[in-house]
Design a protein. Structure first.
Length: 192
């Protein structure tokens, strides 16, 4: 469920269409980038959580977004819902099995314009399973120069994934844990 977030984080970085000029390379700021997720619990409430340690590299071509690419890795083992017992269960072999699959990855296969944002299509590998995912990426603010003399930008990407398609928590029916996981990836990126 939360694994999608990892893939989504990489995609958000592609939202650098606000930047003008030739092809540029951007890297995520791990201290200010995360994947947030929401999933139904017992059909009546929602569980929210986040995953940090998002490492993404974006190659963005403002003149031809189709020539852009995104690669990201997300440390699923950093997942937190704010409740230690639940976090331990989610990281167990019943769900993410973070001892075996500590990270999720996302690699783009196509990038296209979508209004002021981008559609980023790619492959998300989570829990050892690879599935196609489409990220809807929107810029948050125009890029700005930081105190470090580098250009900084921020983006949000969203997607919905099916946890069962990745083999996560397959012993739990949708009435107990929803199948659909909403992901929101918030990325701050720095031009290299």
């Amino acid at each position: 469920m939360w694994k999608r977030a990892a893939g989504v984080a990489g995609v958000l970085l592609l939202a650098a269409p606000l930047c003008l000029g030739q092809a540029t390379t951007w890297k995520s700021d791990p201290a200010q980038s995360k994947v947030e997720f929401t999933i139904r619990h017992l059909s009546v409430s929602e569980v929210h959580g986040s995953i940090g340690q998002v490492a993404a590299t974006i190659h963005y071509d403002a003149s031809d977004p189709a020539r852009s690419s995104v690669d990201a890795s997300i440390r699923v083992a950093t997942l937190t819902t704010g409740e230690d017992g639940r976090d331990d269960e989610i990281k167990s072999a019943d769900f993410f099995d973070t001892d075996r699959y500590a990270a999720a990855t996302f690699s783009s296969t196509a990038v296209s314009k979508n209004g002021d944002g981008l559609w980023v299509r790619g492959n998300l590998t989570l829990h050892g399973v690879t599935r196609p995912v489409v990220l809807d990426v929107e810029p948050i603010d125009p890029p700005a120069q930081g105190a470090d003399s580098h250009t900084h930008a921020a983006f949000t990407a969203t997607a919905t994934i099916d946890r069962t398609a990745f083999g996560i928590g397959n012993n739990y029916p949708a009435a107990v844990i929803g199948d659909q996981v909403q992901l929101q990836i918030d990325l701050k990126v720095v031009e290299q």
